[in-house]
Write a protein that binds this ligand. Structure first.
Ligand code: ADP
Length: 220
C-alpha cells in the first residue's frame, strides 16, 4: 500500500540510470519496486531499496505475478538491449499501465518506445551532453532545458547589469529573459525583485526561451 503522499513506481533495469532513478525515488519516500534480470544488480541494491526482485520484464506473466500493473508509474531503464526495452514497454502497455517512462539510447530507440506505448521518453546521454556543452565553456554555471525550448540557467551577472536595480537594466525587454533569483557569495539565495541592485560577482538565475538564455549568458 502507498503512504499518504507517496507515489508507487516500478523501475525496470538497474543499470547506471535506473539505479539513480530508483535510489532517488526511494530517498524521496516513494514506494519503489525495482526489477532486474541480473542477480548481481539485484544484490547490489537489496540493502538500499525496499523491494528488489530478480525477474525478466520481457515475460508478461512474471510482471503480472509481481503486481506491476498496480503501480502508478513505470520507468523502463533498459538502454543497450533494444529488444528487451521494447518488449517490456509492450508488456506494461498491455497491462494498462497509465504512465510509462522509457530511457532511450538513441532517437530511433525513442521513436520505437513511443510507438509501443511509452508516454514519456528520456535521453539522458544526449541531454547531459548538451548540458555539459553549455557548462564547459564556463559561461553558464548550471543549465536546465525543458521540453518546449525553455531554459533556466545560473550565470555570472553581465557587467551591463552591475550597480543597477533590475528594473534599470531592463533585462527582460532587452534580452527576453527574466531574472528569477540572485546568489551572492556567502549569502542566501534571494528572489529577484525590480529594485534588487546587482553587484559584480553576483550569480543570476535566469529563465526564458533557450536561445535568449544562451545569448544572455554569452554577454558575461
Ligand atoms: P545504463 O546505460 O543506464 O547502465 P543498461 O542498458 O546498461 O543501462 O542497463 C540495463 C539494466 O537492465 C541492466 O542492469 C540489465 O541487467 C537490466 N535488464 C536488461 N534486460 C532486462 C530484462 N529483460 N528485464 C529486467 N531487467 C533487464
Amino acid at each position: 500500500g502507498s503512504r499518504n503522499n507517496a507515489d508507487s513506481v516500478v523501475v525496470i533495469g538497474l543499470g547506471r540510470f535506473g539505479s539513480g532513478v530508483a535510489r532517488a525515488l526511494a530517498e524521496l519516500g516513494h514506494d519503489v519496486l525495482a526489477i532486474d534480470t541480473d542477480a548481481e544488480a539485484v544484490q547490489a541494491h537489496a540493502g538500499v531499496l525496499g523491494h528488489v526482485v530478480q525477474a525478466d520484464a520481457t515475460d508478461l506473466e512474471s510482471l503480472k505475478q509481481l503486481g506491476v500493473n498496480e503501480f502508478q508509474h513505470a520507468v523502463v531503464s533498459i538502454g543497450q538491449n533494444l529488444e528487451a526495452s521494447v518488449l517490456t514497454i509492450l508488456n506494461l502497455s498491455q497491462m494498462g499501465n497509465k504512465d510509462i517512462w522509457a530511457k532511450a539510447n538513441s532517437q530511433q530507440h525513442g521513436r520505437i518506445a513511443e510507438r509501443v506505448g511509452a508516454h514519456h521518453v528520456v535521453y539522458p546521454e544526449a541531454d547531459m551532453g548538451r548540458r555539459v556543452a553549455h557548462l564547459v565553456t564556463g559561461k553558464m554555471i548550471d543549465f536546465i532545458e525543458f521540453e518546449d525550448g525553455f531554459a533556466i540557467a545560473k550565470t555570472r551577472a553581465p557587467s551591463e547589469t552591475h550597480g543597477k536595480p533590475l528594473s534599470g537594466s531592463a533585462v527582460r525587454t532587452r534580452h527576453g529573459v527574466t531574472v528569477v533569483g540572485i546568489k551572492r557569495r556567502h549569502e542566501d539565495f534571494i528572489y529577484a525583485k525590480e529594485d534588487t541592485v546587482v553587484k559584480p560577482g553576483d550569480l543570476l538565475i535566469v529563465a526564458g526561451p533557450t536561445e535568449a538564455v544562451e545569448r544572455f549568458a554569452a554577454r558575461v
